[in-house]
Design a protein around this ligand. Structure first.
Ligand code: SF4
Length: 467
């Protein structure tokens, strides 16, 4: 494939390249723009003018250095094997292909895209979205050979972006709703995605009917369609295998897929927990479930939330603690759609364990929060400090308050130690959180042998002395 007519290099080597604010020529989409999107639609062959590129609104050369613009990317594709189930997967490849362009950075997905072009690439002559269109067309046609015809439209005119934004949101909602009718128990195959391994090498998404991909862009149906037409691609089938624990979402097939795809770094996952062997988190997650140790609950923050959360940390700082393809107990990347799932964090208590969410999230998923707890979860309007949060939860008798009583009732607990001889052997690996607000340390013990006459768990607090 030739990119000789493109003024900058194009290749996988540029994936993961960051364009800092001081180096950028323009920003398209991103946090300063309320409306932005990328959308792929399956069309019939006669609806597509093959390889046509349209730009509606100012082109790159018409933009001022350092300026910010809204953006819509609209990809229409056709081919004998192209079907609507593939739209989400085709759309997600935009992220990968834009990042192949030297000096271009693409983050996030769907209604949340954030693109920057570097000054260097602009100066090299990459001064039109026409070039980006050509790159996308060539990569889509060569990497996904089911695509026989494709046309690409870029929209930078604010009014036009706003007009098509609603259509894009409706289309995302339709796709998400489709997967809601199916349960994890009804299928014997899940789907895996390793598209984000260029950013987080040990990350593997396991996509089930009831656990949507972290990025919120790929459903179980999307995974199934992609694995069928491109079995060697980044989306592949995972045979569930034997059920180790259905409630926790542990399956031999999923564990095996993690072991293989993470090259042995991650070997065991409980799909429905944020604390115990959680699903890995890349960096594309739509939201984060984060532990608030002071109330023994979880907060949720989404990518678009502006400013600090209840523990004083913004999304970006919490994302640093979460991302990278790791399993970090208490810091868990999730999609918005997963919050609508009956399996949502069920090992940890589900919605009964959620203590704080942004109002915008409550508006989006409110009808999926059980009636008994919906009004007991604080938003930014109710609490912006831990002490306010404690008072709010106590006042509303949130279910986590029962967990506090259990601890307060106990002065000192002695745990019986089981084992042979003087030692308790802990095979494999376990970890303990030593935490403060929004972070702390995780200590990992590997194949540890621990000797203790007894273990004491003691509540410490104001006026107590830790022994
Ligand atoms: S977040 Fe998961 S499903 Fe989405 S692109 Fe990345 S690896 Fe694939």
């Amino acid at each position: 494939m030739s990119f000789e007519d493109i003024p900058v290099d194009v290749g996988v080597v540029y994936e993961g390249e960051r364009v800092r604010g001081k180096d950028m020529f323009v920003e398209l989409g991103g946090p300063t723009m309320e409306k932005k999107y990328e959308l792929a639609l399956a069309r019939s062959m006669d609806e597509i003018e093959d390889e046509k590129i349209t730009i509606i609104g100012p082109d790159l050369k018409d933009m001022k250095e350092g300026s910010y613009h809204p953006l819509g990317i609209f990809i229409e594709v056709a081919g004998k094997e192209v079907e609507p189930d593939l739209e989400g997967v085709i759309e997600r490849r935009i992220h990968e292909y834009v990042n192949f362009v030297e000096g271009m950075m693409h983050l996030n997905q769907r209604y949340d895209i954030w693109i920057r072009l570097s000054k260097k690439s602009f100066q090299k002559g990459f001064n039109s979205l026409e070039y980006l269109g050509r790159v996308l067309i060539r990569l889509f046609k060569s990497e996904m050979n089911i695509i026989e015809r494709i046309q690409v439209t870029f929209i930078t005119d604010p009014e036009e972006v706003a007009k098509q934004y609603d259509e894009a949101i409706n289309r995302y909602n339709e796709r998400d709703a489709r997967a809601r009718g199916l349960s994890d128990a009804e299928v014997d195959t899940f789907y895996g995605c390793s598209l984000c391994q260029s950013f987080a090498p040990t990350h593997v998404c396991t996509i089930t009917p009831q656990r949507y991909a972290n990025c919120g862009a790929i459903s179980w149906f999307d995974g199934r369609a992609a694995a069928r037409v491109d079995p060697k691609g980044p989306l592949y089938a995972i045979a569930k295998g034997d059920t180790i624990d259905e409630f926790r979402g542990e399956y031999t097939g999923v564990n095996q897929a993690y072991t293989e795809k993470s090259l042995g770094k991650v070997n065991s996952v409980a799909l429905y927990s944020a604390f115990e062997k959680p699903h890995t988190s890349c960096g594309c997650f739509e939201a984060i479930a984060f532990v608030i140790p002071e109330v023994d609950g979880l907060g949720i923050v989404h990518r678009d939330f502006k400013g600090e959360t209840v523990n004083g940390l913004p999304f970006s700082s919490l994302a640093d603690s979460t991302a990278g393809g790791r399993q970090v107990p208490g810091f868990h990347g999730i999609s918005i759609e997963y919050m609508r799932s009956p399996k949502f964090l069920q090992v940890d208590g589900g919605w009964d364990r959620i203590v704080w969410i942004p109002e915008a999230i409550r508006d989006r998923v409110g009808e999926y929060i059980p009636d008994e707890v919906r009004s007991k979860i604080a938003t930014e309007k109710d609490a912006m400090t831990i002490s306010d949060l404690k008072s709010f939860l106590k006042g509303k008798t949130h279910p986590v308050v029962d967990r506090w009583i259990e601890i307060e009732d106990v002065d000192e607990v002695e745990l019986p130690m089981e084992g042979t001889g003087d030692y308790v052997a802990v095979p494999g690996e376990f970890s303990a959180m030593v935490g403060g607000v929004g972070g702390g340390l995780e200590i990992i013990f590997k194949n540890a042998k621990i000797y203790a006459e007894k273990v004491i768990i003691r509540k410490t607090g104001k006026g107590d002395t830790k022994k």
